[in-house]
Design a protein around this ligand. Structure first.
Ligand code: CP
Length: 357
């Protein structure tokens, strides 16, 4: 884990110094943000987090381990450390979001970064400005990290190519949602101890889901067996190429599952046209208590949200004793703190700071 260097400079690592002590710990002045020499070789290889596909298992474990230590900060009476003081994080959310956007804002604030949020309705993109021009103008304001959610798969890649700031993909169309998969992995690890060897079922609208894609990459890299279940209209035709076993019925897919992750039908990405009625969908693919009984006795139930109760999941399952859905939300803050910390501490970020000093 990153270690604290309490004197002169530097990010205060998770698990160290109380908020009050951290406040006295010689906060980093602009231009002298120095990262501890004994921080693990550890930082992510890229300046950006664009997808789980581009991470290796060690990088995923580094993020999860870092997040594990950051969890404690959210339980303090004063939930703030000076780790990223002087850094700027800009959230660009061009699609609706409750969890991810709030979570990134809270995570950045808990690390003392300055934050600014821009949404589709408040950006000049409604006046016809392109994403690249928007990115160039934001870049001219010297942000350190840009967080982007966009309906277009690849939007985060465009931003990353255009900007020297670190870019975090907060969901790009049906492509990837890396921090969701990371918070899901942290939640599974919390409840199961380890991910290796688990059987994880992802069921629902796989075809339109960035959460499914990121989770498949993440869980397989960590050694889980991933199975997916969906009606044929919600199943990508090449899904096996992702290394999963595919089922067109929920019941057989549930057998032996340690984790059951249900997904919302992505109505905004074409899901509406793919089934006759929500009642029929619930009867066939909704996770009810009866169906959940086919999974292992200690199987946990997950959902990335937003949930449609009575469609992909029954209310008594969503609120039941096996549900870890709200743990996922809590872990989202720690994971996003970890990602912000690791990207702001990357070689590229350090170089930028040294250059500016
Ligand atoms: N899980 C998730 O991405 O939720 P939001 O759309 O509310 O951010």
């Amino acid at each position: 884990m990153p270690q604290t260097k309490k004197a002169e400079a530097g990010p205060i690592a998770p698990g160290e110094a109380s908020s009050a002590a951290a406040g006295d710990a010689g906060l980093a002045a602009p231009g002298d943000l120095v990262f501890p020499a004994d921080q693990p070789a550890a930082s992510l290889k890229s300046k950006d987090l664009l997808g789980i596909e581009y991470l290796d298992a060690d990088e995923i474990r580094l993020i999860l381990d870092t997040a594990h230590h950051f969890k404690e900060i959210s339980k303090r009476p004063i939930k703030k450390v000076p780790t990223l003081r002087g850094k700027s994080v800009i959230n660009l959310f061009f699609e609706p979001s409750t969890r991810t956007r709030t979570s990134f804002e809270i995570a950045a604030k808990r690390l003392s970064a300055d934050t600014q949020s821009i949404s589709a309705s408040t950006s000049a993109m409604v006046k016809g400005e392109t994403l690249i021009d928007t990115a160039r103008n934001i870049e001219a304001m010297y942000p350190d990290i840009l967080v982007i959610r966009h309906a277009f798969p690849g939007a985060a890649h465009i931003l990353a190519r255009t900007c020297s700031a670190g870019v975090i993909n907060a969901g790009d169309g049906a492509h990837e949602h890396p921090t969701q998969a990371l918070l899901d992995a942290l939640t599974i690890r919390d409840h199961k101890g380890s991910i290796e060897g688990l059987r994880v079922l992802i069921c629902g609208d796989i075809a339109h889901s960035r959460v499914a894609r990121s989770n498949i990459h993440c869980l397989r890299k960590l050694g889980a067996t991933v199975v997916v279940a969906a009606p044929p209209t919600f199943m990508p035709c090449d899904v096996e190429s992702l290394g999963v076993e595919a089922f067109d019925r929920l019941e057989p897919a549930l057998e032996g599952a340690d984790v059951v992750m249900t997904l919302r039908i992505q109505l905004e990405r074409g899901g509406k046209l793919s089934f006759p009625s929500t009642r029929e969908y619930f009867n066939l693919f909704g996770l009810s208590r009866d169906k959940l009984a086919l999974a292992k006795d200690d199987a946990i139930v997950m959902h990335p949200g937003p949930m449609n109760r009575g469609v992909e999941i029954a209310s008594d399952v969503a609120d039941g004793p096996r549900s870890v859905i709200l743990d996922q939300v809590s872990n989202g803050i720690a994971v996003r703190m970890a990602v912000l910390y690791l990207l702001a501490g990357s070689e590229a970020a350090k170089k930028n700071v040294e250059t500016a000093a």
